[in-house]
Design a binder for this molecule. Structure first.
Ligand code: R1P
Length: 232
Protein backbone atom coordinates (compact mmCIF):
# COMPACT_ATOMS: atom_id res chain seq x y z
CA UNK A 1 0.00 0.00 0.00
CA UNK A 2 1.31 3.40 -0.93
CA UNK A 3 2.92 5.13 2.01
CA UNK A 4 3.11 8.77 1.01
CA UNK A 5 1.73 11.79 2.87
CA UNK A 6 -1.91 11.18 3.73
CA UNK A 7 -1.73 7.46 2.96
CA UNK A 8 -1.07 5.31 6.04
CA UNK A 9 -0.15 2.18 4.10
CA UNK A 10 -2.22 -0.33 6.08
CA UNK A 11 -4.58 -3.14 5.15
CA UNK A 12 -7.22 -3.44 7.88
CA UNK A 13 -9.52 -6.46 8.32
CA UNK A 14 -12.57 -6.33 10.57
CA UNK A 15 -16.32 -6.16 10.96
CA UNK A 16 -18.24 -2.99 10.08
CA UNK A 17 -21.91 -2.91 11.12
CA UNK A 18 -21.86 -6.69 11.31
CA UNK A 19 -20.35 -7.14 7.83
CA UNK A 20 -16.87 -8.51 7.14
CA UNK A 21 -14.74 -5.80 5.51
CA UNK A 22 -11.20 -5.23 4.37
CA UNK A 23 -10.00 -1.65 4.13
CA UNK A 24 -7.01 -0.20 2.30
CA UNK A 25 -5.71 2.75 4.28
CA UNK A 26 -3.87 4.26 1.36
CA UNK A 27 -3.32 3.20 -2.22
CA UNK A 28 -0.69 3.08 -4.93
CA UNK A 29 -0.54 5.82 -7.57
CA UNK A 30 0.89 6.04 -11.07
CA UNK A 31 3.00 9.04 -10.06
CA UNK A 32 4.84 6.92 -7.47
CA UNK A 33 6.35 5.10 -10.42
CA UNK A 34 4.50 1.80 -10.11
CA UNK A 35 3.27 -0.10 -13.14
CA UNK A 36 -0.48 0.33 -13.54
CA UNK A 37 -1.00 -3.43 -13.01
CA UNK A 38 0.70 -3.18 -9.60
CA UNK A 39 -1.46 -0.24 -8.56
CA UNK A 40 -4.58 -2.30 -9.18
CA UNK A 41 -3.39 -5.69 -7.86
CA UNK A 42 -5.24 -5.20 -4.52
CA UNK A 43 -8.56 -5.30 -6.42
CA UNK A 44 -7.79 -8.78 -7.74
CA UNK A 45 -6.74 -9.91 -4.27
CA UNK A 46 -10.02 -8.59 -2.86
CA UNK A 47 -11.92 -10.48 -5.53
CA UNK A 48 -10.07 -13.70 -4.61
CA UNK A 49 -10.90 -13.06 -0.94
CA UNK A 50 -14.59 -13.07 -1.86
CA UNK A 51 -15.19 -9.33 -1.71
CA UNK A 52 -18.41 -8.46 -3.56
CA UNK A 53 -18.62 -4.69 -3.28
CA UNK A 54 -15.86 -2.09 -3.46
CA UNK A 55 -16.26 1.40 -2.05
CA UNK A 56 -13.59 3.81 -3.28
CA UNK A 57 -12.89 7.31 -2.03
CA UNK A 58 -10.52 9.98 -3.24
CA UNK A 59 -9.54 13.59 -2.84
CA UNK A 60 -10.16 15.65 -5.99
CA UNK A 61 -10.06 19.13 -7.39
CA UNK A 62 -13.43 20.68 -8.22
CA UNK A 63 -13.73 21.63 -11.90
CA UNK A 64 -17.48 22.21 -11.68
CA UNK A 65 -17.82 25.82 -10.63
CA UNK A 66 -20.93 25.01 -8.56
CA UNK A 67 -18.86 22.73 -6.31
CA UNK A 68 -17.46 24.00 -3.04
CA UNK A 69 -14.47 22.80 -1.04
CA UNK A 70 -15.80 20.12 1.31
CA UNK A 71 -18.47 18.84 -1.10
CA UNK A 72 -18.75 15.08 -1.50
CA UNK A 73 -19.27 14.04 -5.12
CA UNK A 74 -20.85 10.66 -5.83
CA UNK A 75 -19.05 9.38 -8.93
CA UNK A 76 -21.53 8.53 -11.67
CA UNK A 77 -18.89 8.09 -14.38
CA UNK A 78 -15.22 8.65 -15.22
CA UNK A 79 -12.87 9.82 -17.95
CA UNK A 80 -9.79 7.63 -18.13
CA UNK A 81 -7.19 10.03 -19.54
CA UNK A 82 -4.15 7.70 -19.18
CA UNK A 83 -6.28 5.05 -20.91
CA UNK A 84 -6.56 7.29 -23.99
CA UNK A 85 -2.79 7.00 -24.28
CA UNK A 86 -2.83 3.21 -23.87
CA UNK A 87 -2.09 3.08 -20.16
CA UNK A 88 -4.94 0.82 -19.05
CA UNK A 89 -4.53 -1.73 -16.22
CA UNK A 90 -6.04 -4.44 -18.43
CA UNK A 91 -3.52 -3.93 -21.25
CA UNK A 92 -1.48 -7.05 -21.97
CA UNK A 93 -2.65 -10.66 -22.15
CA UNK A 94 -6.11 -11.09 -20.62
CA UNK A 95 -6.35 -13.42 -17.63
CA UNK A 96 -9.69 -15.11 -18.35
CA UNK A 97 -9.89 -16.35 -14.77
CA UNK A 98 -10.70 -12.79 -13.72
CA UNK A 99 -12.85 -11.48 -16.56
CA UNK A 100 -13.44 -10.92 -20.25
CA UNK A 101 -11.06 -9.29 -22.73
CA UNK A 102 -13.32 -6.32 -23.44
CA UNK A 103 -15.24 -5.38 -20.31
CA UNK A 104 -18.15 -2.95 -20.45
CA UNK A 105 -17.63 0.33 -18.58
CA UNK A 106 -20.95 2.09 -19.21
CA UNK A 107 -22.30 0.40 -16.09
CA UNK A 108 -19.13 0.80 -14.00
CA UNK A 109 -20.78 2.72 -11.15
CA UNK A 110 -23.62 0.80 -9.54
CA UNK A 111 -26.84 2.84 -9.79
CA UNK A 112 -28.45 1.28 -6.72
CA UNK A 113 -25.46 2.15 -4.58
CA UNK A 114 -25.53 5.72 -5.92
CA UNK A 115 -29.19 5.98 -4.90
CA UNK A 116 -28.38 4.46 -1.51
CA UNK A 117 -25.71 7.15 -1.00
CA UNK A 118 -28.22 9.88 -1.89
CA UNK A 119 -30.83 8.43 0.49
CA UNK A 120 -28.37 7.95 3.34
CA UNK A 121 -26.83 11.39 2.72
CA UNK A 122 -30.27 13.04 2.95
CA UNK A 123 -31.10 11.18 6.14
CA UNK A 124 -27.82 12.23 7.73
CA UNK A 125 -28.48 15.86 6.80
CA UNK A 126 -25.64 15.98 4.25
CA UNK A 127 -27.85 17.16 1.37
CA UNK A 128 -26.21 20.59 1.23
CA UNK A 129 -22.80 19.19 0.36
CA UNK A 130 -23.64 15.95 -1.48
CA UNK A 131 -23.26 16.17 -5.27
CA UNK A 132 -22.83 13.81 -8.20
CA UNK A 133 -20.57 14.05 -11.20
CA UNK A 134 -17.85 12.78 -13.50
CA UNK A 135 -14.27 12.23 -12.27
CA UNK A 136 -11.30 12.52 -14.60
CA UNK A 137 -8.03 10.78 -13.74
CA UNK A 138 -4.64 12.15 -14.74
CA UNK A 139 -1.19 10.72 -14.06
CA UNK A 140 0.07 13.47 -11.74
CA UNK A 141 2.03 14.28 -9.64
CA UNK A 142 1.98 17.86 -10.95
CA UNK A 143 -1.37 19.55 -10.48
CA UNK A 144 -3.15 20.82 -13.60
CA UNK A 145 -2.45 24.03 -15.45
CA UNK A 146 -5.26 26.53 -15.96
CA UNK A 147 -5.57 25.50 -19.61
CA UNK A 148 -5.79 21.83 -18.61
CA UNK A 149 -8.53 22.56 -16.05
CA UNK A 150 -10.53 24.45 -18.66
CA UNK A 151 -10.11 21.64 -21.16
CA UNK A 152 -11.16 18.95 -18.67
CA UNK A 153 -14.22 20.95 -17.69
CA UNK A 154 -15.17 21.40 -21.35
CA UNK A 155 -14.80 17.64 -21.81
CA UNK A 156 -17.47 17.01 -19.18
CA UNK A 157 -15.44 16.37 -16.04
CA UNK A 158 -16.66 17.76 -12.72
CA UNK A 159 -13.64 16.71 -10.65
CA UNK A 160 -10.03 15.81 -11.31
CA UNK A 161 -7.64 13.53 -9.45
CA UNK A 162 -4.84 11.00 -9.77
CA UNK A 163 -6.40 7.71 -8.67
CA UNK A 164 -9.49 5.48 -8.44
CA UNK A 165 -10.30 4.93 -12.13
CA UNK A 166 -7.69 2.20 -12.63
CA UNK A 167 -8.99 0.42 -9.53
CA UNK A 168 -12.57 0.72 -10.77
CA UNK A 169 -11.64 -0.83 -14.14
CA UNK A 170 -9.97 -3.85 -12.54
CA UNK A 171 -12.74 -4.26 -9.94
CA UNK A 172 -15.40 -4.21 -12.68
CA UNK A 173 -13.37 -6.57 -14.87
CA UNK A 174 -13.62 -9.20 -12.13
CA UNK A 175 -17.29 -8.55 -11.47
CA UNK A 176 -17.28 -6.63 -8.19
CA UNK A 177 -19.90 -3.94 -7.58
CA UNK A 178 -18.40 -0.47 -7.38
CA UNK A 179 -19.34 2.69 -5.57
CA UNK A 180 -16.97 5.67 -5.53
CA UNK A 181 -16.98 9.19 -4.24
CA UNK A 182 -14.69 12.21 -4.34
CA UNK A 183 -14.14 14.71 -1.59
CA UNK A 184 -13.66 18.09 -3.28
CA UNK A 185 -10.59 19.23 -1.39
CA UNK A 186 -9.78 22.29 -3.51
CA UNK A 187 -11.25 24.30 -6.35
CA UNK A 188 -9.48 23.83 -9.65
CA UNK A 189 -7.96 27.09 -10.83
CA UNK A 190 -9.76 28.09 -14.04
CA UNK A 191 -8.92 31.77 -14.26
CA UNK A 192 -5.64 33.59 -15.01
CA UNK A 193 -6.62 36.34 -12.54
CA UNK A 194 -6.96 33.87 -9.68
CA UNK A 195 -4.42 33.95 -6.85
CA UNK A 196 -5.33 30.41 -5.75
CA UNK A 197 -2.89 27.54 -6.10
CA UNK A 198 -3.61 23.81 -5.78
CA UNK A 199 -1.53 22.33 -2.98
CA UNK A 200 -1.40 19.05 -1.06
CA UNK A 201 -1.66 20.80 2.34
CA UNK A 202 -5.15 22.06 1.50
CA UNK A 203 -6.07 18.58 0.27
CA UNK A 204 -5.07 17.02 3.61
CA UNK A 205 -6.79 19.73 5.67
CA UNK A 206 -10.11 19.40 3.83
CA UNK A 207 -9.93 15.61 4.13
CA UNK A 208 -9.45 15.99 7.88
CA UNK A 209 -12.37 18.41 8.09
CA UNK A 210 -14.86 16.00 6.45
CA UNK A 211 -13.41 12.73 7.80
CA UNK A 212 -16.14 12.03 10.35
CA UNK A 213 -18.99 12.69 7.89
CA UNK A 214 -17.37 10.51 5.24
CA UNK A 215 -16.96 7.70 7.77
CA UNK A 216 -20.60 8.02 8.81
CA UNK A 217 -21.78 7.98 5.20
CA UNK A 218 -19.76 4.86 4.36
CA UNK A 219 -20.64 2.95 7.55
CA UNK A 220 -24.37 3.72 7.20
CA UNK A 221 -24.29 2.61 3.58
CA UNK A 222 -22.53 -0.63 4.57
CA UNK A 223 -25.16 -1.24 7.26
CA UNK A 224 -27.91 -0.95 4.61
CA UNK A 225 -26.22 -2.99 1.89
CA UNK A 226 -27.57 -6.37 1.05
CA UNK A 227 -25.12 -9.11 1.88
CA UNK A 228 -25.21 -11.83 -0.71
CA UNK A 229 -21.95 -13.72 -0.56
CA UNK A 230 -22.28 -16.83 -2.67
CA UNK A 231 -18.70 -17.81 -1.69
CA UNK A 232 -19.62 -18.02 2.01
O1 R1P B 1 -6.80 10.21 -5.08
P1 R1P B 1 -6.23 10.23 -3.72
O2 R1P B 1 -5.29 9.10 -3.49
O3 R1P B 1 -7.30 10.33 -2.67
O4 R1P B 1 -5.33 11.57 -3.55
C1 R1P B 1 -5.37 12.74 -4.33
O5 R1P B 1 -4.67 13.71 -3.58
C2 R1P B 1 -3.27 13.68 -3.92
C3 R1P B 1 -2.86 15.08 -4.33
O6 R1P B 1 -3.03 16.02 -3.30
C4 R1P B 1 -3.13 12.72 -5.06
O7 R1P B 1 -2.70 11.45 -4.58
C5 R1P B 1 -4.54 12.63 -5.59
O8 R1P B 1 -4.80 11.46 -6.33
Amino acid sequence: IGCLDGHAGRLVFGMLKGKPCVCMQGRFHLYEGYAIQKITLPMRIFSLLGVETVILTNAAGGLNQDFKVGDIMIMKDHINMPGFAGNNPLAGPNDDRFGVRFPCMSDAYDRELQQLAVDVGQELGYGDFLREGVYCVLGGPSFETIAECRMLHNLGADAVGMSTVHEVIVARHCGMRVFAMSLITNKSVMDYDSEEKANHKEVLETAQHRAVQLQKLVSTMVARMEFNNTNA
